[in-house]
Design a protein around this ligand. Structure first.
Ligand SMILES: *[C@@H]1O[C@H](CO)[C@@H](O)[C@H](O)[C@H]1NC(C)=O
Ligand SMILES: *[C@@H]1O[C@H](CO)[C@@H](O)[C@H](O)[C@H]1NC(C)=O
Ligand SMILES: *[C@@H]1O[C@H](CO)[C@@H](O)[C@H](O)[C@H]1NC(C)=O
Ligand SMILES: *[C@@H]1O[C@H](CO)[C@@H](O)[C@H](O)[C@H]1NC(C)=O
Length: 288
């Protein structure tokens, strides 16, 4: 909570400055020399330039900036809680084995920590439409700029209309198994953040396309689970729901079998929507 509000304040003022939490850490770890040899010599500061905040571009006006800053803070909050659940319970948590199988918890802990604490210098979210995808593509809510600017993400007007805050998790008919990952700002932005090589090191990618596939991956190829974007999002929202939103209850839900009797046209549409705008980290297209 402290992290959340301080990050908002700073982003609103200046876009990208180290947070107060960070300032406190710096003070704690910096060593003051008892006998100062020189007042003028520049002292090496290993932490100089460590930008933990995401930058919201000037193209976002006050309203959009407010929504986006809240959403980014919630993405960080979601990652932070996922990390803490892993640290608290390890593989004794059923959520952990459900999503990460028999793999080490250090993998996902590391990726969530990169979302929270890695240096974000140059990682920018913008509200204009430099690649004209918001204007020309059907129902795009945003996209990673790919080869045009690998650290930049465009958030289209649609996002500002439909994304929900974390306070609504388990409400409005949401459940983890059947609802879309991008229902929330936090999950949607976690997804977009994981497309930025500065964060993903070009290692996190798409190995599962939906909830059943993420669970299957944990059983059959758990070494991929910590580097699967959907798995990281599903685990994070599932444990947020169970630990925070509806404590001890959650809203995992059960996969509702797609009715085999639906006509082919409907099935085709669903498939089309599901795979819409998914390209891997060497390609550019990415939206939802
Ligand atoms: C910001 O932009 C949005 C979308 O164009 C618009 O609806 C809103 O009124 C603007 N807000 C301000 C404060 O200008
Ligand atoms: C859980 O972790 C322990 C080590 O802490 C390990 O011995 C055990 O095999 C793990 N269980 C699973 C299901 O991965
Ligand atoms: C984990 O599970 C996978 C898939 O079942 C298996 O191939 C692998 O050997 C297991 N690893 C360990 C350390 O048990
Ligand atoms: C990159 O820019 C080119 C030229 O404007 C455009 O055609 C392409 O769609 C852009 N890529 C993305 C991912 O937006």
């Amino acid at each position: 909570m402290m992290f959340k509000s301080s990050t908002v304040a700073l982003l609103l003022v200046s876009g990208a400055v180290a947070s107060p939490i960070w300032a406190r850490e710096a003070k704690a770890t910096k060593t003051e020399s008892a006998s100062k040899a020189s007042d003028t010599a520049s002292v090496y500061d290993w932490s100089d330039g460590w930008t933990k905040d995401y930058t919201v571009h000037q193209s976002c006006n006050a309203t959009l900036r407010h929504q986006l800053v809240d959403g980014l803070n919630e993405a960080v909050q979601l990652a932070q809680h996922a990390k803490e659940h892993l640290l608290r319970f390890g593989n004794e948590s059923e959520f952990v084995t459900k999503y990460f199988g028999n793999g080490s918890t250090s993998g996902p802990i590391g990726w969530y920590d990169r979302i929270v604490n890695a240096d974000k210098t140059g990682v920018i979210f913008r509200c204009d439409d430099p690649d004209e995808n918001c204007a020309t593509q059907d129902a795009w809510a945003g996209h990673w700029r790919g080869e045009n600017a690998t650290s930049e993400t465009v958030i289209c007007p649609l996002s500002f209309e439909i994304r929900r805050p974390l306070s609504s998790v388990c409400g409005l008919g949401y459940n983890v198994a059947n609802s879309k990952l991008n229902t929330f700002w936090a999950t949607d932005l976690m997804h977009r953040i994981l497309h930025v090589p500065v964060i993903s090191e070009s290692i996190v990618d798409h190995y599962a396309e939906d909830y059943p596939e993420a669970l299957e991956l944990a059983k059959t190829d758990p070494s991929k689970s910590p580097i699967d974007s959907d798995t990281l999002q599903y685990f994070a929202i599932d444990v947020y729901a169970y630990d925070i939103a509806a404590p001890g209850v959650g809203c995992t839900g059960k996969v509702e079998k797609a009715t085999e009797t639906t006509d082919d046209k409907a099935a085709a549409t669903t498939t089309e929507a599901a795979k819409e705008c998914h390209t891997h980290s060497d390609g550019a297209v990415h939206c939802s």
